[in-house]
Design a protein around this ligand. Sequence first.
Ligand code: AMP
Ligand code: MG
Length: 334
Amino acid sequence: MPISETMACQTRQLEASDAAIAAAAACLRDGGLVAFPTETVYGLGADATCTGAIARLYAAKGRPSFNPLIAHVAGVTEARLIGRFDATAERLAAAFWPGPLTLVLPKTADCRVADLATAGLDTVAIRVPAHPITQALLRAVGRPVVAPSANISGHVSPTTAAHVHADLNGRIDLIVDGGPVEVGVESTILGCFGTPVLLRPGGVPSEAIEAVLGTPLARRAPEPAAGDDQPLAPGMLASHYAPRAAVRLEATSVRPDEALLAFGPDALPGAEHATAVMNLSARGDLTEAATHLFGYLRALDAKAARTIAVMPIPHDGLGEAINDRLRRAAAPKD
Ligand code: AMP
Ligand code: MG
């Protein structure tokens, strides 16, 4: 039975407004858990300086506490209070903040982000989101806010308030509904303590970062084997973003009883027999595809498909992040 059905208490949901933002900020400052839109996906916020709130957040998501969280702040001034910026980090922040880029930096000596949020590391992941609701909320809270995606750990990330409700109703205090998100995949994460290294592809394409750095980006170490409990880099779990259905990548035909997640104008052999078909972008636009990715995975899953066949997606631009999420969605779950 889903946990939400065992809970007597419904999570409150408010349409975004000044009053909703004030209520959300008060709840966060009180140690509560609030889901809100960002430009990437819906986040589940908790006061990053409050160990009790962070512990409740890990419990509400069922997220292993060795998987560190991103601290969200309103601007670079607030970011400098918790992370130590070298010249490269300053350049990247100037180029991409506010926006879907997370920088992992050495903690400052008086960093207020709780050790539980950073899994005891001496680095902290920081993002300055661009979404006007997130910006207003962070300014009203006046403290860093950790905000992983507002879903049960390992599930598909939420791009609408309804997705958040489906996963977390009864487990969190408040959902602020600001409509569907714009980017649709999580932030790009860049380790910035020495030579910059791409830890997770995301909403800022690597090519844009390379253009600012003037050099090709180093990639993080290869994936841990499926079934490893302890990932090589914290949080880099092989299975993640996973629907209930099996996911079959690089499909060049549709097999019996499969649903199809299509991309581009071409029809696949066997597509007429698919149990359901959704096209991420019929015109082959990767930005549009990123916006649709998680919602369409959820929708095909809701149609009880046993397997979702996915057409090949180009690897450039946002395609790198889309392929990363699809690879994890397809990875063995245990
Ligand atoms: P999520 O909140 O699910 O979007 O994931 C945030 C990701 O940020 C985690 O999975 C980690 O991989 C990464 N992360 C957060 N803090 C650190 C850190 N200090 N060092 C390396 N990676 C980090
Ligand atoms: Mg997530």
